[in-house]
Write a protein that binds this ligand. Sequence first.
Ligand SMILES: Cc1cc2nc3c(=O)[nH]c(=O)nc-3n(C[C@H](O)[C@H](O)[C@H](O)COP(=O)(O)OP(=O)(O)OC[C@H]3O[C@@H](n4cnc5c(N)ncnc54)[C@H](O)[C@@H]3O)c2cc1C
Length: 479
Amino acid sequence: MAIIKGSDYLERINKLQNEVWIGGEKVTGAISEHPAFKGIMKSKAALYDLYHHSDKKDLLTCWDEKTNEYHSFSYSQPKTKEQLRNRRQATQLLARESGGTMGRSPDYINTAIMSLGSGGAGMPKPYGDNARKIFEEAREKDFSFTHTFINPQVNRSKHYMEYSNEKIIGAKVIDETEEGAIIHGARLLATQGGITDQLLVLPAGGNFIEPSFVYGFAIPSNTPGLKFLCRESYAHGKTSSYDYPLTSHFEEGDAVVVFDHVLVPWERIFIYSDPSQVQTMYDETNMNVLLLYQAVSRQAVKSEWLLGLSEWMVRTINVVEHQHIHEKMSEMIISLEIMNSLLIAAEEEAQPNKHGTMIPDIRKLGAACSYYQKTYPRLVDALQQIGASGFISLPSEADFHSSIKEDLHQYLQAANEDAYERVRMFRLAWDLTMSPFGSRQTQYERFFFGDQVRLSSSLYMNYPKEPFVQQVQSFLKKR
Ligand SMILES: Cc1cc2nc3c(=O)[nH]c(=O)nc-3n(C[C@H](O)[C@H](O)[C@H](O)COP(=O)(O)OP(=O)(O)OC[C@H]3O[C@@H](n4cnc5c(N)ncnc54)[C@H](O)[C@@H]3O)c2cc1C
């Protein structure tokens, strides 16, 4: 069971009958057949099937002597630099299936669960033991997760605290029973909410003074009282791979998560009530560093795609001789080289933590993440500047099969592609950057791991700057 197939994933999620709301209706029946989720669930299933391909198996699976089983690489604790590199290559193999647009390929949150399992021994009892058991079950069953760590966007002024017990907004503990804690309220923003086996809930920043807001747990997505309120689907009715090459396959969906008096069993809780446990959990597990490592690996693949796509565009409409095109293309190259270099440097400077997990260098990954938040929208802008009206003169697949097809073939041809291929390429570029799916991609990368301001601030505050200050000061002292 430890490595599931795509069909296992689909059957399992259908059976869960998670409470998912979309377009004013509750999803009933097989969610994998619902127009909003069909494409992404099929694409996820295809990722699970890759684990069984004879030429991919070695990279994507790891043998575990204790359990006597193969597991997903994402549930395997990396103990050496080589294992870390394999992990990056496996993540990138999966990411290349979607050009890095599937932010929540299962290896993302699996990585968080693996870090909980391997660092649980350093967390206070019984929470550390719970973390380990959550990990062991997830690894054995090859569970997929969605996650949430944000309170609703009500009032983000620095001093705002939600105190009222009458009108609860941010999810909090409202009661305790022998079986567990009762959680009521809402959390943002679960990408793929409703189409995963489980939900991982991490502490939300900014509310650590009030113990009822301090918790971390993992529960099945069909836990009674748990609701996923999804935004409008960008994929609904957009099934043509020619017209919507990315939307039709990789539209993940995002959901507000509502906890309506949800009973969270004690054994599923790994942080509870005590704010100091939050820092302990992050220190012991290095969860954030390992998550960043997965994400930066995926983002590097996205940069590969942007470079490949823009170069194809440059050749297609033959704009290669213009100097500003070189400048824009050089930005694509620089971004790819920076992301790859930071990844390799993070691996080279990795150190084992006290639980034996090889942890990549956080300074390199923090720099990569902050850099990409600002760079990705610039790359999108560069691509749009290169393609100009090509992003707009986009007939559909149906047009190419209609009586106007000869006009289209004549007037939409390009220097180096026929009209059909030219439009196919531009539709891909449009879907990556301008369609609702594409606009979300830009917003996703902008806000990945938090907003730019606070992420840059954290990089600055935590960076060891002292040696550099001393270097400059000692230069002057010698004079
Ligand atoms: C497409 C997408 C998918 C996402 N998927 C997930 C997911 O799967 N799981 C999940 O948990 N989250 C997810 N998120 C949420 C993401 O983590 C947050 O968007 C991000 O952390 C920023 O929080 P916020 O949106 O609440 O912004 P806010 O905190 O509301 O910020 C709004 C503005 O105010 C500024 N601001 C607010 N507070 C401060 C401050 N203290 N100092 C300086 N500036 C401040 C911000 O910089 C920003 O400009 C997703 C977001 C997007 C866009």
